[in-house]
Design a protein around this ligand. Structure first.
Ligand SMILES: Cc1cc2nc3c(=O)[nH]c(=O)nc-3n(C[C@H](O)[C@H](O)[C@H](O)COP(=O)(O)OP(=O)(O)OC[C@H]3O[C@@H](n4cnc5c(N)ncnc54)[C@H](O)[C@@H]3O)c2cc1C
Length: 576
């Protein structure tokens, strides 16, 4: 052990201090079991705090006829029947408890005058079932969970970048990493590890995630440890991401801008939605608007910056200031642009990873004994399209279940096998990267990955493009062997970026290979060379490393849920 290496031992290690990680840690701590939460970004500022619109549970506060079965049926249908029915059932049935937990811990939900929790429509929901806290639902959830964690004295180290899970013969025994501020190395020994490290949407040029989050770390950590990835190709693109500035590209412009009467135009000034959905126009579904924008841009009718125009300037100034204050403020802050007078350039932006680590529906355990995955890092709930508001409730339901299962695993573990070889490998990996001094720049290779994914594995895909994308990723991977990592007094961000790049490359390869294998168009996944849905591909694609994609059948929808599956209008129900 080097002098600058510190060693911790805990029963359960949680990697990620977003909503899912914190909820899991609370479940562990409430059982009286030791837990440590680590993250690579300040706990209060985890990605979860960005979520705006709301969180689903069939509470029936506004529409008493709602039921968990209806919630489950809406989720399965919206996901084009690729979601795992057991997972869907668990979330829909457990949702009310998830909300009750938040209420008990002091979450300030919006309420009706008589005290009921307010619920609104969100996307393809049959009834009003989305609870919210103004425009800041995710932030309020994050604050509530942080507060509850502190009450339980849950220790949090939110400057630890995890570089590797430590395993011995398919059993996890901890994790290795370094401190982002002073470079101290950390070895954490644990009986169980919960991976709550988010998704992989930052591997596209435009993403609604911030710069250094969702770089696919969960993919790389899981696969390196021996776990597998399910449906990495299923990624939701949101139709309104900003084009600039560069470091904020993809930041969401709320769909409320279209909901309030915003109009989409191409470079020629045509209101192009008249051609794609003449009835609903800009209020069409998210995937259709994103596809329409993509087509306009691809066929040369895009704006100078490569997007389309979103125009609200015809609306009265007071309407904009009252109904779209956040959009107004964001555009002033990021682009010094006044939306009351000037249209905004937008384009589709990578928003949510429906796929992720393959987990069992019972407890979110993985193929590696003692390793669990939760939140956007995991998979199974959303299928080929996410029902708006479902990811936040998943964090709570499966956070609790996985936390409890990990605590049980620790309690019943007779002995903890460790491996000094695994530790040496993890240590050497960091040391080798720190001593590299090659000519390649990490940031420009990250950009190359994002450009490649945007060009070849974006909203619309085809065989030739995917193969070209994979070849380009190979080149970038070769170049990544010659990077230079330079740390300085400001911290170890350069080392973090080097690991982010490695994770992005793994996530990108998994995504492109599975996208190649899914020769159909289903939900968010558009193949221009296979424009129809193929019933025989109602399977999950399981990626276990380069070149290895297997099919796994999806379980049948249980009769008590199938009876509730129906067409649901999304008219006027926008989602974030
Ligand atoms: C703009 C926006 C609006 C949204 N609105 C909604 C909504 O209204 N309703 C809804 O249901 N969903 C919404 N979502 C989606 C939802 O916010 C996310 O899916 C959810 O918050 C993910 O939570 P998580 O706990 O899984 O991961 P995150 O909150 O992403 O947390 C991941 C954690 O892992 C840590 N981490 C990652 N890699 C490492 C590493 N190598 N080492 C150490 N730590 C690591 C990070 O630092 C972080 O703490 C929205 C998303 C966005 C971007």
């Amino acid at each position: 052990m080097s002098p600058s290496e510190r060693q911790f031992t805990t029963s359960v290690l949680v990697i990620g201090c977003g909503g899912s990680g914190l909820r899991a840690a609370i479940a562990v701590a409430e059982r009286g079991i030791d837990v440590l939460v680590v993250g690579k970004r300040a706990e209060a500022d985890a990605h979860t705090s960005l979520a705006a619109g709301g969180i689903n549970a069939a509470l029936g506060t506004m529409d008493p006829q709602d039921s968990w079965q209806q919630h489950a049926a809406d989720t399965l249908k919206e996901g084009y029947f690729l979601a795992d029915p057991n997972t869907v059932r668990t979330v829909a049935e457990g949702a009310a408890r998830g909300i009750a937990d938040l209420e008990r811990w002091g979450m300030r939900f919006a309420r009706e005058p008589d005290g009921r929790i307010s619920q609104r429509y969100f996307g393809a929901h049959t009834f009003r079932r989305t609870a919210y806290a103004g425009d800041y639902t995710g932030l309020e959830i994050q604050r509530t969970l942080v507060r509850r964690g502190r009450e339980l004295d849950v220790p949090v180290l939110d400057t630890m970048y995890v570089t590797r899970l430590l395993t011995r013969e398919d059993v996890v025994f901890g994790a290795y990493g370094f401190d982002l501020v002073d470079g101290t190395r950390y070895v954490v020994h644990a009986d169980a590890v919960i991976l709550a490290a988010g998704g992989h949407t930052r591997i596209w040029r435009r993403s609604s995630s911030r710069r250094d989050e969702n770089s696919g770390d969960a993919f790389r950590l899981a696969v390196t440890a021996g776990a597998r990835i399910r449906d990495p190709e299923l990624v939701q693109f949101h139709p309104s991401g900003l084009l600039g500035p560069e470091d904020a590209a993809g930041t969401l412009v709320s769909e409320a801008a279209r909901g309030e009467g915003g109009v989409l135009r191409n470079a020629a000034g045509e209101r192009f939605m008249e051609r794609y959905d003449p009835v609903r126009l800009e209020l069409s579904t998210r995937d259709r608007v994103a596809l329409a924008e993509y087509t306009e841009i691809k066929e040369g009718r895009g704006t100078p910056g490569g997007g389309v125009w979103l125009d609200v300037s015809h609306l009265p100034r007071e309407t904009i200031m009252q109904r779209l204050p956040r959009v107004y403020r964001t555009l002033i802050e990021l682009q010094m642009l006044d939306i009351t007078t000037t249209p905004v350039e937008i384009a589709p932006t990578a928003h949510y990873s429906m796929g992720g680590v393959r987990v069992r529906s019972e407890d979110h355990s993985t193929d590696v004994a003692g390793l669990f995955a939760v939140g956007e890092a995991a998979s199974g709930l959303h299928g080929a399209n996410r029902l708006g508001g479902n990811s936040l409730i998943e964090l709570l339901v499966y956070g609790r279940i996985a936390g409890t299962a990990a605590a049980d695993h620790s309690v019943h573990l007779p002995a903890q096998p460790r491996s000094s070889t695994a530790l040496v490998e993890a240590r050497d990996e960091v040391t080798r990267l720190l001593s590299t001094n090659g000519p390649e720049n990490v940031r420009s290779l990250q950009r190359a990955v994002r450009d490649t994914m945007t060009e070849h594995v974006g909203v619309v895909r085809d065989e030739d493009g995917l193969r070209a994308g994979l070849a380009r990723l190979d080149d970038i991977e070769s170049a990544a062997k010659s990077i230079g990592v330079h740390t300085d007094l400001a911290g170890f961000q350069d080392l973090a970026h080097a690991f982010d790049l490695r994770s992005s490359l793994v996530a990108a390869q998994a995504t492109a290979e599975a996208a190649l294998e899914r020769r159909e168009t289903r939900g968010c996944h558009n193949r221009s060379d296979f424009p129809d849905l193929d019933e025989s591909l109602r399977v999950n694609l399981i990626w276990s490393g380069p070149g290895r994609v297997d099919r796994e059948p999806v379980a049948e929808t249980p009769i008590e849920i199938a009876a509730f599956v129906r067409e649901v209008s999304t008219h006027g129900k926008l989602v974030e």
